[in-house]
Design a protein around this ligand. Structure first.
Ligand code: HAM
Length: 433
């Protein structure tokens, strides 16, 4: 029996009926990111595993459970990129992209890989857009970075989304908060006889020891219920972090980006400091984050670079497309021929006129295509009826007809397929097309 191959679970083919949608989302992102001074960077699909272990954090789900790890023929450890920030920072350090007193703004559109249970809005290979603003800890840039994302969604025409922001403090206030969280969660983790309880999930039991903040991020209902009453990070911010957070809000107000404060945002990666934010579409179900990001002032030093502050975000194209389609906001145009050339071209008729018409059609076709215009002609469709039917199938904007009369008098007939309006154009003036 013939083998039937299918795509690996959690991955997808982007077919021609959809590829233009992705191209459109990417094109708008490039345009918006560039208008904010971001320049494109591309890093390899795989990196040394340590690049992610040292940045995302050893105890995170991404590193613990979701990385595609492999060894090359020399036994070196690599991982498929699960996120874009660590590779960008690796490249920033390796290529000396920063210069003293200047900000480096980098954007990317790249495939990421996470081994997770596939569901709507969550795949094992997915494409992210992201912007990293490196070299400043001024709170304006947190707000500006959020504004890039916001402007992108607005430019695409998305209506249903909310910007949620939080501050998770610096390493010092984070420490005090972790202690407060552990105090709160202790009674749910341990029974009075000090044995482990089952009031929280096994993952949360590990989080309690390794990274208490992540207890707030658990999606299991019983854990979510418990975390409702947990202390708020915002009550544990020191003066410096409090000021930074209120400055970010001030700039968001000036930039006219609406937001809500959600003290429960902790993010799934360990490198964040102070500002953390997420773009949420509540209609998306459980995978409702269109994207997220925050400040990561310690990461560059941690990865071997100079002590350099930075802030960034990444979003997922698949969730974005779902959102746009769900609310009927997708604005990109499906590619349609601007001109579809129709001519009686029955070469078997052995008629001189037929071959002249065909030559004219092909000359016109190449002329239009050389101008970068999407023009179509099907040499195998002989009858005019079949050619017109094809023009309709492809939703051509105009049909150009080259018939006997046109050939004799050296003009072409142009039919607007939307209005049905018909005009003529001298063949010498085809530059006007
Ligand atoms: P993240 O929150 O892990 O952040 O991912 C950002 C976005 O990527 C998510 O909000 C979601 O839209 C999309 N995404 C994540 N996992 C999947 C998946 N399995 N399937 C489909 N889409 C997914 C980061 O990756 C950070 N690097 C963001 C950042 C940049 N922070 C600072 N700079």
């Amino acid at each position: 029996m013939a083998v039937k191959y299918t795509v690996p679970r959690g991955t997808q083919d982007i077919l021609p009926k959809d590829s233009y949608k992705w191209e459109y989302m990417e094109m708008v992102f490039r345009k918006v990111a560039k208008s904010y001074g971001y320049q494109e960077i591309n890093t390899p699909v795989f990196e040394q595993t340590e690049v992610f272990e040292r940045s995302a954090g050893d105890s995170t789900d991404i590193v613990q459970k979701e990385m595609y790890r492999f060894q090359d023929k020399k036994g070196r450890n690599f991982a498929l990129r699960p996120e874009g920030t660590a590779p960008v920072i690796r490249s920033y350090i390796e290529n000396n992209l920063g210069s003293e007193g200047h900000i480096t703004k980098l954007f990317y559109i790249e495939a990421m890989f996470r081994y997770d249970r596939p569901q709507s809005g969550r795949s094992r290979q997915f494409s992210q857009f992201g912007c990293e603003c490196i070299g400043t800890n001024h709170p304006y840039y947190d707000a500006e970075n959020i504004t890039v994302f916001w402007t992108y969604l607005k430019t695409l025409g998305l209506k249903n989304f909310v910007v949620e922001i939080n501050s998770i403090g610096c390493s010092e206030c984070s420490e005090t908060y972790n202690t407060a969280l552990k105090d709160y969660f202790k009674k749910f983790i341990f029974l009075p006889n000090n044995e482990i309880s089952d009031l929280v999930c096994p993952d949360c039991q590990t989080r309690y020891d390794k990274n208490p903040k992540r207890l707030l991020d658990c999606k299991i209902p019983k854990c979510k219920e418990i975390s409702k009453e947990a202390p708020s990070m915002l009550d544990y911010l020191d003066d410096k972090c409090k000021t930074h957070f209120s400055e970010v809000q001030k700039y968001l107000d000036i930039l006219k980006v609406p937001y809500v404060i959600n003290p429960k945002i902790v993010r799934g990666l360990d490198y964040y400091t102070q500002t953390a934010f997420e773009f949420i579409n509540y209609n998306l179900g459980s995978q409702n984050a269109l994207g997220g990001g925050g400040r990561y002032d310690g990461l560059i030093k941690q990865m071997g670079g100079k002590d350099t502050p930075a802030v960034g975000f990444a979003g997922g194209f698949s969730r974005l497309l779902l959102s746009l389609i769900n609310e009927n906001s997708f604005q990109g145009d499906c590619p349609r021929p601007k001109y579809y050339i129709v001519c009686a071209n029955d070469s078997s008729a052995n008629d001189e006129n037929v071959s002249s018409k065909l030559t004219k059609a092909l000359e016109l076709l190449i002329f239009l295509r050389n101008k970068g215009i999407y023009a179509e002609f099907d040499i195998e469709k002989i009858s005019l009826k079949a050619q017109l039917k094809n023009a309709n199938r492809l939703k051509a904007h105009h049909v150009i007809i080259i018939g006997e009369e046109e050939l004799a008098k050296n003009y072409l007939t142009l039919k607007n397929m939307n209005t049905g309006e018909q005009t003529t154009l001298d063949f010498d003036k085809i530059d006007e097309l």
